[in-house]
Ligand binder design. Structure first.
Ligand code: HEM
Ligand code: HEM
Length: 452
């Protein structure tokens, strides 16, 4: 690669920094730089957090599919255990051990994962579409009279947040707290309090569903033969939300951006599925993650990695590997690594695709003349090593009346008792709501609108 374009701090043998503006502006530059030196290379994920990044497709598969040699349990992390990693690093919450499927191996992993996959198996396409549509309508109503919107923050971000409430069967008050605390946690606002509120509301949800099971994922997890404890159930719900939130937002947001850009709308008019597939190949929602800890020193094609030091997979790098050129050109769906591979591959691939396509269809049908208000080159990207994600997606359109929810209400079936708002519509809000919560939470407003 042209040294003129090499990342500034990555001169011979140095670690590529991934949390500075270089990566955010042009992640491919980092993958190409690493690839020019081998199938994997040293990077700095964030200041003081070193890792080896795998950028070749074949090597990525070798690591992902060999759990005996490459463990996920980050209690092995030598540099962290020796006090060489800054404990206030913003990326540590994504890397330190938690007793959930992501950070466990073998039988423990299987037990936690099977409860999740069994629950996803019970969510069929019709049900999911029916759950997504009113949420999409509700969000569109929030901005449709304005003629302008930011489709990342007002749509792609909010839709998965509200959908989790629905999938988990949240009563109004719990749902409001969940939405507010999860949103605050991911935006780094008052993180400790957000975490406490999130944990408390999930524990409450688990106890509600133990007493009164419904037709929802929380109840299915509670009822699964694995016999998960309350604490384990709470951790399952956290990993579902933690894992689903950012990638789901990115997939909806980036496919919309592509459909509205010149590339998508010009000439042939790209189909939604095509745009989603393009994003999965070229800007996968989870760009770099899957932290492995080799149980002994390993040789990754000439790059020696010490035992118990992090090996991170670049899903984006693997997808752009020149060795995959033919598969990429033929749009061979099975070849890209956007959903991961091996025992920890995304268990939510099918539902995530249904959610994405339904959300996009609903928006494009409601506002058919959507147009971007910034040129592609002026789009803003969010910092951080795990994703190359849009910060905003400003659009304009012909204003339309906010009546979608009203018509939905006329055809909606009554909600099951467990999902009725727990306080009367005009009553006081529950006391535990955080300061960051809007006066009337999104979720309780939505639930109220559905009362018949
Ligand atoms: C797409 C890129 C992603 C980004 C930028 C991202 C970022 C974040 C941030 C900022 C937090 C809040 C951290 C805090 O507590 O302060 C978080 C939490 C979390 N993330 Fe991610 N995430 C991403 C993808 C994922 C994926 C794919 C998974 C799992 C497969 C995951 C699992 C989690 C979990 C379990 C938590 C909750 C940690 C806790 O208990 O507080 N994330 N993530
Ligand atoms: C409804 C939304 C989603 C949910 C609930 C979800 C859930 C999860 C969970 C629980 C895991 C951990 C599995 C394990 O450790 O055994 C996971 C892994 C993963 N997910 Fe998803 N996911 C969602 C959407 C997405 C999307 C949109 C993408 C990107 C296209 C994605 C990409 C991945 C990848 C690459 C992994 C593997 C990470 C690794 O190996 O560490 N997920 N997901």
């Amino acid at each position: 690669m042209d040294t003129h374009h090499s990342p500034a701090a990555a001169s011979a043998g140095a670690r590529c920094p991934m949390s500075d503006g270089t990566f955010t502006a042009d992640p491919q530059q980092i993958y190409e730089y690493v690839r020019a030196h081998g199938p994997a290379g040293p990077v700095e994920l964030a200041p003081g957090v070193d890792a080896t990044l795998v950028v070749e497709h074949e090597m990525a598969l070798r690591v992902l599919q060999n759990p005996t040699l490459f463990a996920r349990d980050s209690r092995r992390w030598k540099a962290l255990n020796e006090g060489r990693v800054p404990l206030d690093s913003p990326i540590l919450p994504m890397m330190v051990y938690r007793p959930n499927c992501l950070f466990t191996d073998g039988a423990v992993h299987l037990r936690l994962r099977q409860a999740i996959t069994a629950s996803f198996d019970r969510l069929n396409t019709t049900r999911l579409r029916r759950d997504v549509e009113p949420i999409a309508d509700f969000l569109i109503d929030q901005f449709s009279e304005r003629g302008r919107a930011d489709l990342i923050n007002e749509y792609a971000k909010m839709l998965p947040l509200l959908l989790f409430n629905k999938l988990f069967g949240c009563p109004a008050d719990i749902g409001d707290t969940l939405t507010a605390s999860l949103s605050a946690l991911f935006d780094g606002i008052d993180v400790q309090r957000a975490n406490e509120e999130l944990t408390a509301s999930l524990m409450k949800l688990v106890s509600v569903k133990r007493r009164r099971p419904g037709d929802d994922m929380t109840s299915w997890l509670v009822q699964h033969p694995a016999g998960l404890t309350d604490e384990e159930l709470k951790d399952e719900l956290v990993v579902l939300m933690g894992a689903g939130f950012e990638p789901q937002r990115n997939l909806i947001g980036h496919a919309l951006q592509l459909l509205l850009s010149e590339e998508g709308s010009g000439g042939s008019g790209m189909q939604i599925e095509e745009a989603v597939d393009h994003v999965l190949w070229n800007n996968p929602p989870l760009a770099n993650y899957a932290t492995h800890f080799p149980v002994q020193d390993v040789d990754l094609g000439g790059v020696i990695v010490e035992a118990n030091s992090p090996v991170v997979i670049s899903f984006a790098g693997a997808n752009s590997d020149p060795a995959l050129r033919e598969a990429r050109e033929n749009r061979n769906k099975g070849a890209h690594l956007a959903w991961g591979a091996g025992p920890h591959a995304c268990p939510a691939k099918d539902p995530a695709l249904v959610i994405t396509i339904t959300a996009i269809e609903r928006l494009l049908n409601a506002l058919p003349d959507l147009a971007l208000t910034v040129a592609d080159k002026d789009l803003q990207w969010r910092p951080g090593p795990f994703q190359h994600a849009l910060a905003t997606l400003p659009v304009r359109f012909s204003p339309t009346p906010a009546t979608r929810m009203v018509s939905a209400r006329q055809t909606a079936a009554p909600l099951p008792a467990a999902e009725q708002p727990s306080t009367p519509a005009a009553g006081a809000e529950p006391a535990q709501q955080g300061a960051s919560t809007p006066k009337r939470g999104f979720w309780s407003t939505l639930v109220d609108l559905f009362r018949v």
